[in-house]
Ligand binder design. Structure first.
Ligand code: KIV
Ligand code: ZN
Length: 512
C-alpha cells in the first residue's frame, strides 16, 4: 500500500502573517472548519502566545475541530509553550510546534545567541513541551541556511528529548529543488535517530519554487509531511500552495507513489473562503483554483477537450470542486434553505438574530441580483461577521454623480459608533470621490497601498468584490467589501479597513 503523506496546513498561522491578512477569531474558526472538511491532517491554528486574540482563536479552534490535529506555534521558551498548551487543552488531538533559529546569520544578528545557547534552549524547550503534549514538532528556523554539522547535532538532541516531527524550513525561499531534497536526505542519513521522527518540509516561495522544493523534499529527501497554505498565502511571495502540492501528488501518483487524505473536492471552496476573508485575490491563471485553470479559450483546445477530455486536461475540474459553482438560491428561496446552505458552506452564525439579519441581507441582494452563488453568500456573511464585532464605522448609503466632462461627486452616509454622519466630496472618479468623502470626516491619514476590484462570479451581473489595503503607523490591513455596485463595494471595503486599523492589536510575529 502507498505510504501516506501528512498535509499540515498553516494558512491560519504562516498565511496570516502576510501583511493585511490578519483574521478575526470567527473568520479563523470558519476557515478551520473548512480545513477539517478538506481533511487536512494538521491545522496550525495560530501562535497562541503572540496576542490574546491569537490565544482565543487557537483555543476556539482546538475546542471545535475533531477530525484534524490542532497545532499552535510557539517560540522555544517555557512561557510560549505553556500558553500554547493552555490554548490547546480542549483539543481531541493537539500538537505544539516550537522553533528557534539555527542559521549563523539569525543566531548572531537576530537572537544574539551563541550556537551552544541555541542548542541548550532548543533541547530544554522540547523537554518542557514533551511533559505537556505528546505530539511535538521542532523547527530550526532558517534551517536550510544553517551549518549542516550544527543542524545534525541539534536535531539529534531534540529527537532524543521527544520531538516527534522535525520540520526543515527554507524560511527565506532560497532553496533549489534538487539541493533541498539532498539537504533533507543528508540530515536523515547522518542523524542516527532520524527514524524516530517524521520529517517535514516548509518552503517559502521567494524564487517561485516552494511547491517544487517541497516535492523534492519528499521525493529525494524522504520527508513525509508537507507544510502549506491555501492559495499559497503567506508573507512576501507566500508559502507552498496546498492545492498545487496536493494535486501534484495525486495527479502524479505514478511518480510519487504516495497518498493524501485530502478531500480534493473541497479545495475550491477553501480557496474562495480564504481569498474572500483576507482580500488576497486569486490570479486567474493560478494553477488548480484560478478562474482560467480549466478554461479552454483556443478553438483547437476546445475541440480537443470536447472529443476527449484528457487531450488537454490532466485533472478533472470537478475533482477540485469546480462543479460546486452552481446557482444555489434565488429570491424565492426561504429562510430554511438559506440556513441549510450556510451550514453546507460551513458558516455557523451564533444566534437566531444573526441568521435573521444575514437572511434580510440575502433577500435584499436577491432583489437586485437574480442568481445567488455560493461566493455571494460567503461574501455576504463575511460582511455580516464583521459587523458583529462592534465596528466603529458602518456603511449606510451612497449616491454619486458622474458624467463625461464633469468632475464626479459622491455623498455618503455612514455610522460612526452608532451616530449617522453625512459627508461629500468630489474626486477623479466615483470611487475616488466616495473614499475622499469618507476620509474627509474620518481623517485617518492612512495611505492606500492597494485597491483591487474582482467580479465574484464572472459576469457583469456579478457582485464586485473590492479589496482596499491601508497602511498607517507601520500597520497594514486589508478591508473587503462586496456589492453589485462597485462604488458601494469600494466604500464598504474602505470602512472595513478603517475598522481593522482601529481594532488590530500589536502581535509578536514569528519569522518566516
Ligand atoms: O518559515 C519559517 O521558518 C517558519 C517557522 C516559524 C516554522 O514559519
Ligand atoms: Zn514559514
Amino acid at each position: 500500500m502507498a505510504e501516506k503523506l501528512i498535509i499540515f496546513d498553516t494558512t491560519l498561522r504562516d498565511g496570516e502573517q502576510s501583511p493585511g491578512a490578519s483574521m478575526t477569531r470567527e473568520e479563523k474558526l470558519r476557515i478551520a472548519r473548512q480545513l477539517e472538511r478538506l481533511k487536512v491532517d494538521v491545522i496550525e491554528a495560530g501562535f497562541a502566545a503572540s496576542s490574546q486574540g491569537d490565544f482565543e482563536a487557537v483555543k476556539a479552534i482546538a475546542d471545535t475541530i475533531k477530525d484534524s490535529t490542532v497545532c499552535s506555534l510557539s517560540r522555544a521558551n517555557d512561557r510560549d509553550i505553556s500558553r500554547a498548551a493552555e490554548a490547546l487543552a480542549g483539543a481531541k488531538s493537539s500538537r505544539i510546534h516550537t522553533f528557534i533559529a539555527t542559521s549563523p546569520l539569525h543566531m548572531e544578528k537576530k537572537l544574539r545567541m551563541t550556537p551552544d545557547q541555541v542548542f541548550e534552549q532548543a533541547v530544554q524547550s522540547v523537554r518542557f513541551a514533551r511533559n505537556l503534549v505528546g505530539d511535538i514538532e521542532f523547527s530550526p528556523e532558517d534551517g536550510y541556511r544553517s551549518d549542516m554539522d550544527f543542524l545534525c547535532r541539534i536535531l539529534e538532541a531534540v529527537i532524543k528529548e521527544g520531538a516527534t516531527t522535525i520540520n526543515v524550513p527554507d524560511t527565506v525561499g532560497y532553496a533549489i529543488p534538487e539541493l533541498y531534497g539532498e539537504f533533507i536526505k543528508t540530515l536523515r542519513t547522518r542523524i542516527p535517530n532520524s527514524d524516530k521522527a517524521i520529517w517535514s518540509v516548509h518552503c517559502h516561495n521567494d524564487l517561485g519554487m516552494a511547491v517544487a522544493n517541497s516535492l523534492a523534499g519528499i521525493k529525494i529527501g524522504g520527508a513525509r509531511q508537507i507544510e502549506c497554505t491555501i492559495n499559497g498565502l503567506g508573507e512576501r511571495a507566500g508559502n507552498c500552495a496546498l492545492e498545487e502540492v496536493v494535486m501534484a501528488i495525486k495527479t502524479r501518483s505514478d511518480y510519487f507513489g504516495l497518498t493524501v487524505g485530502v478531500d480534493t473536492q473541497q479545495i475550491l471552496a477553501a480557496s474562495r473562503m480564504v481569498s474572500q476573508t483576507t482580500g488576497f485575490v486569486v490570479q486567474p491563471n493560478k494553477a488548480v483554483v484560478g478562474a482560467n485553470a480549466f478554461a479552454h479559450a483556443s478553438g483547437i483546445h476546445q475541440d480537443g477537450v470536447l472529443k476527449a477530455r484528457d487531450t488537454y486536461e490532466i485533472m478533472r475540474a470537478q475533482d477540485v470542486g469546480w462543479s460546486a459553482n452552481k446557482i444555489v438560491l434565488g429570491k424565492l428561496s426561504g429562510r430554511n434553505a438559506f440556513k441549510q446552505r450556510l451550514a453546507d458552506l460551513g458558516v455557523e452564525l451564533e444566534s437566531e438574530g444573526e441568521i435573521n439579519s444575514a437572511f434580510a441581507k440575502f433577500k435584499e441582494l436577491a432583489d437586485r441580483k437574480s442568481e445567488i452563488f455560493d461566493e455571494d453568500i460567503l461574501a455576504l456573511v463575511s460582511e455580516e461577521n464583521l459587523s458583529h464585532e462592534k465596528d466603529t464605522f458602518n456603511f449606510v448609503s451612497l449616491s454619486q454623480r458622474s458624467e463625461t466632462g464633469e468632475r464626479p461627486h459622491a455623498s455618503i452616509v455612514f455610522n460612526v459608533n452608532g451616530l449617522e454622519v453625512h459627508s461629500d466630496s468630489d474626486g477623479n472618479g466615483p470611487v475616488d470621490a466616495s473614499l475622499k468623502a469618507i476620509e474627509k470626516h474620518v481623517k485617518s491619514g492612512a495611505e492606500m497601498v492597494l485597491y483591487s476590484v474582482n467580479a465574484i462570479s464572472g459576469s457583469t451581473e456579478s457582485q464586485g468584490e473590492v479589496t482596499v489595503r491601508l497602511q498607517n503607523s507601520g500597520r497594514i490591513v486589508n478591508g473587503v467589501g462586496s456589492d453589485p455596485d462597485i462604488v458601494v463595494a469600494s466604500a464598504k471595503a474602505y470602512l472595513s479597513a478603517l475598522n481593522k486599523l482601529r481594532s488590530q492589536s500589536d502581535r509578536v510575529m514569528a519569522q518566516g
